[in-house]
Design a protein around this ligand. Structure first.
Ligand code: 13P
Ligand code: SF4
Length: 344
């Protein structure tokens, strides 16, 4: 494991993280640590964030791990959320008495924006005429308003388990069509009706990049995020959430991996498992990379940008999230029933 910040960051990108830049980063990290103490704040960071942000994070994880961590915050007054808007909203839903800050409002999610609550309600009304038992499973990548009109939430790590557990044969799965297809493949006994959204980052990854790695590197393990298209998912050794990929790589005896998702995971693996090789067929999410250390410092100084949710929406959205925790038995020590475990 690299011991200095310079060594760690250079493992990710030696051209960008030169000694002068890393020196400035170190000084800024110290200021942020002081501000965090002064505000009694904790910082949660998604696995796709910039690597320097992990240095001031109290918890890093996937959507499920971060929502459980947010629900578990007891002593702090403030949660600084380094991720995207729907994740910060989820933190506010499960921890309503905390001040939740999203350091940059450009950190949205184009997938979450593909579904509005009104459109979901209209579709449900229409579908229930044919399928009276229909239930709505919404991926956590949705607005609080959409969660409020859903029966249950799920994340990439438990979408199959949650959908299997809902007491309905007909399910409207919102908003990711690729994840919906992955769920339908694992639960042929149910009818899964997919919303037509997709993640622009994962949807642009094509099978050729993955197939050529498989040909060139014997024994490589291919880990694919279930937001990818099904022609890419078919090539996977395992379909996993972002934290699932990290755990797989840590536990596997293999030495070569390809994490097919946003590039932040490859950065994280490069830092966290130096004896192994992580090849890239990844894409950058402009929303996830919107937050810089300057934004984090400004967020703590100015207490911006606060996430506020109308109580009636928060309460109904909270029920859908709570149902997910109940259906999967998820706790922070036991991050739900993984849909796909390492298969060695
Ligand atoms: P995870 O929950 O797997 O971290 O995924 C979040 C996300 O936005 C993927 O694009
Ligand atoms: Fe949204 Fe895709 Fe970015 Fe995840 S990677 S935050 S789903 S746009």
């Amino acid at each position: 494991m690299p011991d200095t910040l310079l060594q760690k960051l250079r493992a990710v990108d030696p051209d960008y993280y030169d000694a002068a830049r890393v020196g400035m980063i170190e000084v800024q990290l110290e200021r942020i640590r002081r501000l965090k103490r002064g505000r009694n704040a904790v910082l949660l960071a998604h696995n796709y964030q910039r690597p320097e942000i992990f240095e001031v994070a109290d918890f890093t994880g996937d959507s499920l791990g971060l929502s459980l961590s947010a629900a578990d915050v007891k002593d702090a007054d403030v949660i600084v959320f380094c991720g995207v808007h729907f994740m910060a909203e989820t933190a506010k839903i499960v921890s309503p008495r905390k001040t939740v800050l999203l350091p940059n409002l450009a950190a949205g999610c184009s997938l979450a924006d593909t579904a509005t609550a009104t459109a979901v309600e209209d579709r449900v009304t229409q579908l229930k005429k044919t399928y009276p038992d229909l239930m709505v499973v919404s991926y956590v990548n949705t607005t609080a308003e959409v969660k409020a009109v859903s029966d249950v939430c799920c994340t990439s790590s438990n979408a199959v388990s949650v959908t299997r557990a809902v007491p309905a044969k007909h399910v409207l799965f919102v908003p990711d069509q690729n994840l919906a297809r992955h769920v339908a493949h694992h639960i042929p006994e149910k009818t899964i009706i997919a919303w037509d959204g997709y993640c622009y980052v994962h949807h642009q990854i094509t099978p050729d990049a993955v197939e050529s790695m498989r040909r060139e590197i014997p024994g490589i393990k291919i880990l694919v995020h279930p937001e990818c298209r099904d022609d890419v998912l078919k090539l996977a050794d395992a379909a996993l959430s972002t934290t699932g990929m990290i755990e797989y790589a840590r536990q596997s005896s293999a030495t070569d991996f390809l994490a097919v998702t946003e590039c932040g995971i490859s950065d994280m693996l490069q830092i966290g498992a130096p004896g192994k090789h992580f090849y890239r067929a990844c894409k950058i999410c402009r929303f996830m990379k919107a937050i810089s250390l300057d934004d984090v410092e400004a967020a703590l100084e100015k207490m911006q940008f606060r996430i506020e949710i109308a109580e009636s929406v928060r309460e109904r959205a909270g029920r859908a999230i709570q149902r997910m925790f109940e259906l999967t038995g998820a706790t922070r020590d036991n991050l739900a029933l993984p849909d796909s475990a390492p298969d060695e």
